[in-house]
Design a binder for this molecule. Sequence first.
Ligand code: XIL
Length: 535
Amino acid sequence: MRPAGIDRAALLSAALLAVSMACGAPAQAGANNAGVARCGSRKVAAIGRGCRDLLRAEARFLRNGDGAARAARIAAVGGRLTAEWSRAEAAAADARCAARSADADAAAARLTAAVSAATAAVPGSVECRRALVGLWAPLCRSAVASERAALRGAASAAPAHLRARIAARWPAPGCAGGPDAAAASRTILRLAAGAAADATTRGLRALGADIGVAVGAAIEPDEVASDVDYTSALAHDIDSLTAENVMKWGVVHPQPATWNFGPADAVVARAEAAGQRVRGHTLNWGALQLPGYVSAATTAGELRAHMAEPIAGLVGRYAGRVAQWDVVNEPLPGFLEAPTPDGLDDNIFHQRLGADYIAEALYLARAADPTARLYINENGLEVPGAKQDRFFALVQALLAAGAPLDGIGFQAHLGLVPPGQYPNAATIEASLRRFADLGLDVELTEVDVTLLFVSGALPARFAVQGDDYRALGEACAAVPRCRGITTWGLNDQYSWLRPFLGATDWPLPFDEAWRRKPAYFGLRAGLLYGRLSMN
Ligand code: XIL
């Protein structure tokens, strides 16, 4: 019982103060956040100038081809960037400013490589290339500057005028048969997004919110509880939580008479305290983590009764609090499994109830919470082919039958399923659109990018992975019905792929020491590109 006469708001603010002091956060958090934003804004301005100057150098040296002078100019731009970066950090006197941007050398190296690659990719005569790169130079700076406005909390400057400027000057002299204006705009916006992504101090959460994409993470509540850095990363970058395991049947209802809601409650409570959305995962998964008593059911009636229990138990318990549910997980066989006669996974539900178990599960979930968005979640859908086609036919049949289906979860374990395949942004976007065009929401629900099939030294592999994360961000940002991007974990140390593969892998945006990897900045760049190309 609470003692009488104690004001709840006062208790809450005392508790918050105690927590912030225990975490070493300054009491003037508001003022300091402004300092971090100012520092980010200075870095953004510096990298905008850097992008402009590198492009100017490319335009100039395309003509006279002086390799040594070009190298000296590029080094000078990098040096200035590094100096301005450290001045901004010194002025902020707040370690979060350094921690939330890329380090200056990495940012300069990425920008230089991106500018050279973009310049080299322009076809056509030297005049055409010079004209185009010369046109890009000021535009890059202004596109990057739209992130400065966002850092100051102002409405961001509309980059639509940039596209108009490219179109108005098109075709550039000597460019007959060269790139079109749309391709030229995409290149410059991508360059600007990558530059801003390295410099800004805003988190994934804020960048996703700009474009209506909830950036999420799957968590194990005990891992979060034992790692204070986990909590700050979630607060800054994450807008949606998924329970990695604790809402699964085998955990929540392991025996016929046993319910274990504690860890699931902890995930929901944590999300609510931080103003984050919850994705429920998962109510029916025939393939894995099923308790023995379910697999032992011998009749259809017995199995139906079992199937209803976790659906009513979980969906009912969190009605109005869990925004969406993966009602059925992985109804199709895995890529490495033998095909089945009707193309569906040969699990106990399918064996006893036929293909109808999927619609039945959806109806049960709808009845338990009419407001939750109901999803089917599947792996490997990012890649066109037989599996995507079979899944598409399943979804069409469910919709034709009037089943209550609201969305499709694309797991997006890139590189793992299908093994060795890393689809690019255009491919992922087309896959998402195929299902969104049926009138459904879509999400990337279990993102990670295994490095198992990427060779080379670790930093180079991280860079390749950064590009895959950028592709995922761009693809979701480009599809209006793509509502979220959830990574399966956040920090490599805790990734399920380590025990699953029995090998050290680095599939996530943060490394073991909570340093942001190129994957993190790639995802930021994808989200920023989404905003730049939307305006
Ligand atoms: C995984 C968890 O991450 C592991 O900890 C657990 O041992 C097995 O399940 N597809 C899914 C997720 O839909 O539920 C899986 O999660 C990963 C693959």
